[in-house]
Design a protein around this ligand. Structure first.
Ligand code: 572
Ligand code: ZN
Length: 358
């Protein structure tokens, strides 16, 4: 490595063993770009890998660079890259699929079994100073968008994809369970796509306050003594009707049950949160109402929509950002995301050594 070649990287070795160490600066191949990493958000899955060494079926078995919600600046382009040049600021879509399986060929590349996905074992993420990525999964940011907003295009795309799967249209009335980052981006996307009324639930009032700021029409603070029936009654009372689209953004059994049971006849319940492998649901209620229950897996072809929604001012993701850290402060950042001390929503890490807090 050249003496000034700083590629400090946040490498997860195992449970609560996250180290900052130097890695070689990678070289882009013909269809890739070398990126100076700028902003990397911490996702719930990053925290799962850090605290438990696993997320769903994926287990950290060898050291892995963490991070997948990111923006960067192009430093160098491979010889086939036409749409980007050095200096361009980009949002990085972290999943690069095989491009040749049936799912890829038919546009559902999020379901590609051979996808490379940043910080899903064994694939390295991009919480580092430098990183190479396929150029066609890097989206140039418009002048009026910041690198912080660029990093938020990843979670926003989950919300956009969830709303597309629900078929959100003008006049929809929605229930969202969970006001964490994914519940909030789903709220933003649902409102922007035409939902007229959205009620969102959470156990923490701080999260519900942010939801209000982001356009939630109603909020329900879930208390320990509330039964599923109590919550559904409250949802219907506030909306004036049963929601025709529901989104579970918690992965918690009781919340998924509420979404499924509360949805109006002919409506759709979308399961966005990931939880236990086996979940007990009131299915007979759903089938008697012809309620569709749909899953979502990441996103596909949603980055351009997410960027245009922010560029045009139809969606404002800025209120999601609560905490900022430098790359050197990665452990502190993960501690904040894990302990939830200081009521974080989205914790951002600034990987560019020239970043200064504003
Ligand atoms: O930002 C995308 C994203 N997707 C998540 C979780 C966090 N962030 N998903 C839920 C978990 N699955 S997974 O396949 N996995 C652990 C990789 O079970 C991916 C989608
Ligand atoms: Zn994520």
């Amino acid at each position: 490595m050249a003496p000034n070649a700083d590629n400090l990287s946040a490498v997860l070795y195992g449970i609560k063993d996250l180290r900052l160490e130097q890695r070689p600066i990678p070289v882009p191949s013909d269809n890739q770009v070398l990126l100076q990493m700028e902003v990397v958000g911490i996702c719930g899955s990053d925290v799962h890998y850090y605290i438990g060494g696993r997320c769903g079926p994926f287990i950290v078995e060898k050291p892995m660079v963490i991070g997948h919600e990111a923006s960067g600046t192009v430093v160098k382009t491979g010889k086939n890259v036409k749409h980007l040049k050095p200096g361009d600021r980009v949002a990085i879509e972290p999943g690069v699929p095989c491009r040749s399986c049936q799912y890829c060929k038919t546009g559902s590349y999020n379901l590609c079994p051979d996808v490379f996905f940043c910080a899903t074992p064994p694939d390295d993420g991009n919480l580092s100073r430098y990183y190479v990525h396929d150029a066609d999964f890097c989206f140039k940011l418009p002048e009026n968008m910041s690198l912080e907003e660029g990093a938020l295009m990843e979670p926003l795309s989950v919300g956009v994809h969830a709303c597309k799967r629900a078929g959100i249209e003008f006049g929809d009335v929605c229930l969202i369970t969970g006001a964490g980052p994914i519940g909030l981006v789903t709220l933003l996307a649902a409102k922007a796509m035409g939902a007229v009324k959205v009620v969102i639930t959470d156990v923490l009032s701080k999260k519900l306050e942010v939801a209000k700021e982001l356009g939630a029409d109603y909020t329900i603070k879930i208390e320990r003594n509330m039964s599923e029936e109590d919550i559904i009654k409250k949802v219907v009372e506030l909306l004036g009707q049963e929601p025709n689209k529901s989104f579970d953004c918690t992965g918690i059994e009781s919340c998924i049950r509420i979404c499924v049971a509360a949805t109006a006849a002919k409506g759709c319940a979308v399961l966005v949160g990931m939880g236990k492998v086996e979940i007990n649901l009131p299915l007979s209620k759903a089938l008697a109402k012809e309620v569709d229950i749909r899953g979502i897996f990441r996103y596909a072809n949603d980055y351009p929509t997410s960027i245009q929604m922010v560029q045009s001012g139809k969606i404002n993701v800025k209120p999601l950002v609560t905490h900022h850290y430098t790359l050197e402060e990665t452990l502190k950042a993960f501690n904040t995301a894990h302990t939830q001390e200081g009521n974080p929503i989205k914790v951002l890490i600034h990987a560019n050594p020239n970043w200064k807090p504003s």
